[in-house]
Design a protein around this ligand. Structure first.
Ligand SMILES: [Zn+2]
Length: 362
C-alpha cells in the first residue's frame, strides 16, 4: 500500500538539531538502558524527524552513533528472535530461535549475567513479555512461539522489574511462585504509583498492549521512568549498577502493515521513552543509553512526491517495499557515560559484546 503524507511547513523551521543538555561522559559505565525499536531502521527515524518538521527529537540528542548489521545465522534477513538473541547474548542464531545457538546450546544474555551477579535488572515492552525481543534476554527455546516454555523461563529469570503484556499465559501456580519470590504483581499501570523499589511484575494485558493509536496512552514513557526509579533505588541499596531493556515493540507491526500513520504514532511514543532515558542519564552519571533496532521492517523509503525533485517541495511519500523485514544496516544512538566508546560499523553481536565489556559482564 502506498501512503502519502504531505509536509508543507518544513522549510519554515530551523534545520539542525539543538543539543540542549549534555550528559556526563567519561568514567565507569554502571547502568545500561538498552532501548530497542523493533523494526526501526534509519527511514523510520527519518519519518519521525520529517513529520515533526525537523524540530529536535530525542534521537537528535545522541552523542555518538554507529551502524550494525543484522543478518542471522541462517538468513541475511533476520527475524526478531535471532536478532534479539544477538543483541542480548552477542551470539548469532537461526531465525525463530531464542537464547541458544543453532545446534541448541544455551547462551547467556547480559541480563542473565547481571542477575547472576546480583545487579538489578528490568524489561519494559509494549508486546507480551514472552515476545521475541524480551524473551531473548531470559529464555532458551528452539521456537519463539513456544509460549509455555518461554513463560516458565520468565518465572525463573530473576529479572526484578517486568512491565508488559502476556498476563494470560501465566498459570495460577506460576503467579504463586512469583509472589513467593517477592514479586508484587500489578495489573494496572496506575497502581505503579505506589511502587518505588523491589521486585514487580506488571501484567497490563492478557496479550499485547494496545497500539499507540488505540489507547495505550503514555504507558511506555511512564513505565520506562517508573522502571528507572525502581532500579535506581535497588542499585543504591545493592551498590550495583542496573540493566534495563526497553522495547518499542509495535514499531515493527506498523512496518508489517505498511501503515505510515501508525508508524509515526509508535515512533513518537518510543521517542518519548528515549527522551525519558536520556533525562535519567543527565541526572545519573555512570548511565549509558543505547538506542538501536533488531532489524528494519517494511523496506521503507522516503522519495519526493514529485518525481522531479529539483522543483520545490511537494511533499514526500512513505513507500514500503515489503510486508516483511529487510536486510539493511540499522542505526545505534549512544548517550551518556561511555557514549564515546562505541562507534563505527559493527555486527549486532559485536555491539552486545562491547556493551558487556563496558559493564564488566564478560
Ligand atoms: Zn517483525
Amino acid at each position: 500500500m502506498r501512503r502519502l503524507l504531505f509536509l508543507l511547513c518544513a522549510f519554515a523551521l530551523p534545520f539542525g538539531a539543538v543539543h540542549a543538555r549534555t550528559a556526563p561522559s567519561g568514567g565507569e559505565v554502571k547502568n545500561l538502558i538498552y532501548m530497542i525499536g523493533d523494526g526501526m531502521g534509519l527511514a523510520q527515524v527519518s519519518l519521525l524527524m520529517i513529520e515533526r518538521g525537523y524540530e529536535p527529537v530525542a534521537f537528535d540528542r545522541a552523542q555518538n552513533v554507529a551502524l550494525v548489521s543484522t543478518y542471522s545465522a541462517n538468513n541475511r534477513v533476520t527475524d526478531s528472535a535471532a536478532a534479539g538473541t544477538a543483541l542480548a547474548t552477542g551470539r548469532k542464531t537461526d531465525n525463530g530461535m531464542l537464547g541458544q545457538t543453532p545446534d541448541g546450546a544455551p547462551v547467556e544474555s547480559m541480563i542473565a549475567r547481571a542477575v547472576r551477579e546480583g545487579r538489578p535488572t528490568g524489561e519494559v515492552v509494549t508486546s507480551t513479555l514472552q515476545h521475541a525481543t524480551p524473551a531473548a534476554f531470559y529464555a532458551h527455546a528452539a521456537d519463539r512461539d513456544d509460549d509455555r516454555t518461554i513463560t516458565e523461563w520468565l518465572v525463573r529469570s530473576g529479572v526484578d522489574v517486568l512491565f508488559g503484556g502476556g498476563g494470560g499465559s501465566f498459570s495460577d501456580e506460576q503467579l504463586a511462585v512469583l509472589r513467593d519470590k517477592g514479586y508484587r504483581i500489578v495489573r494496572d499501570p496506575d497502581q505503579l504509583d505506589a511502587v518505588s523499589s523491589g521486585k514487580v511484575l506488571g501484567l497490563f494485558a492478557d496479550g499485547h498492549l494496545a497500539s499507540a493509536r488505540k489507547g495505550r496512552g503514555d504507558y511506555l514513557p511512564r513505565a520506562t521512568q517508573k522502571a528507572l526509579e525502581i532500579l535506581d533505588a535497588d542499585a543504591r541499596e545493592t551498590g550495583r549498577g542496573f540493566l534495563l531493556m526497553v522495547e518499542g515493540s509495535q514499531i515493527d507491526w506498523a512496518g508489517h502493515d505498511n501503515d505510515a500513520e501508525l508508524l509515526l504514532a509508535e515512533m513518537t511514543d518510543f521517542d518519548r521513552a528515549v527522551s525519558a532515558a536520556m533525562d535519567f542519564a543527565d541526572e545519573h552519571p555512570g548511565t549509558l543509553v543505547v538506542v538501536t533496532a533488531d532489524h528494519e521492517t517494511g523496506g521503507l523509503s522516503i522519495p519526493s512526491n514529485e518525481e522531479d525533485f529539483h522543483l520545490s517541495d511537494s511533499g514526500v511519500q512513505y513507500d514500503f517495499s515489503t510486508g516483511g523485514h529487510s536486510g539493511t544496516l540499522v542505526p545505534v544512538y549512544l548517550y551518556g557515560t561511555g557514549a564515546e566508546r562505541i562507534n563505527g560499523i559493527l555486527d549486532n553481536t559485536e555491539l552486545a559484546q562491547r556493551l558487556m565489556q563496558l559493564l564488566g559482564l564478560e
